[in-house]
Write a protein that binds this ligand. Sequence first.
Ligand code: 2P0
Length: 368
Amino acid sequence: MENKNEIENDEIYEGKSIGPINIALIKYWGKDDEKLITPLNNSISLTLDTKEFYTETSIKITKIKEPKEQKEDIIELTINNEKSKITSRIKEIINQFKLLKPELNKNPYSYIIKSKNTFPIKSGCASSASSMSSLVICINKALKLNLSKDKLSQISRIGSGSACRSIINGISEWIKEGNNNSHAIQLYDKDYWKLNVMLIIVNQNKKEISSSDGMKLSKETSEFFNYRIKFIVDKHIIEIKDSLKNKNFEKFGIVVMKESNNFHAVCRDTFPTINYLNLESEFIIKCVEEINKKENKIICAYTFDAGANAFLIFEQENRDLINNYFEEILFLDNDNNLNDFVKNIKSKKPVNGKFYKKVIFELGDGAY
Ligand code: 2P0
């Protein structure tokens, strides 16, 4: 008997892509519309390079030969070689492409998607941003649609809000339009200002509450949430844009850290309370404060997403200096030859503190 899903060879679309992670300087936390995935506030982020951390996606879209027996599209997804559930968001991304490629509506098709992450997923390392931006670029390539960045960002948003920023090279802003047009735009190219980002992974485990659920709960239960949207975020956006324009790291660093603190304060104010940070995260915050104090100016800023892992931002010219501090504090077992400053910080390290990995990124290109 012939396999009912057997395919013809003349109707195949194939594509491959790479999606980067991004780290928000101004955080997206709260939706205006749950279904459209539109935000209550603009957010600003750095797209990071894909030397080590990225999602790679491939797709094969094939016309189904026996549409009488198989009337619906078939969608299959594997993540790191394991079969994964097809969410309504993935279906919606495919629907968006079907609107743009009418052939795909004339016959059922099978969509075989393979996604690979080079880093821990669902632990606050922005895997939904890299995976969804990559998926959208992949389908765009497979179908040879050559969509604009605006459109690609808009479709990525449907996969995961923050993914719309991973389409953009360098520094981007996601604009909160109250409709399906909402997408990210570029503020500055990746070479505008040589910023580096050091990610210190302190926890590879899946977070206890997802970003989507967490932000919904914050909107429903935190009074501080409304205050943040009304009085804090726009002020931070003005301040950060000003610091970017003038490449003023001191001002940039202060607003980045205050914004991270503000976002995590909203999480704590959520009921039941959400705490994405752990003792290691708190320790790294202390390290950054001490280093800035010792250097007599702000040369390093911390920010945390919905997870315990620390993202430290600094100018490239301070890369060795900051890297050495953290090498000695976090990774060096032998305390001989360390100066008193480092020894003192190390003595405050959490008892069970085990730091897993440190990666340094430059700014990078949007998904490609
Ligand atoms: C951000 N985060 O701006 C903020 C800061 C986490 C903390 O965007 O529901 O995974 O898929 O739109 O994009 C994480 O939220 O949530 C996030 P959905 P998403 O990067």
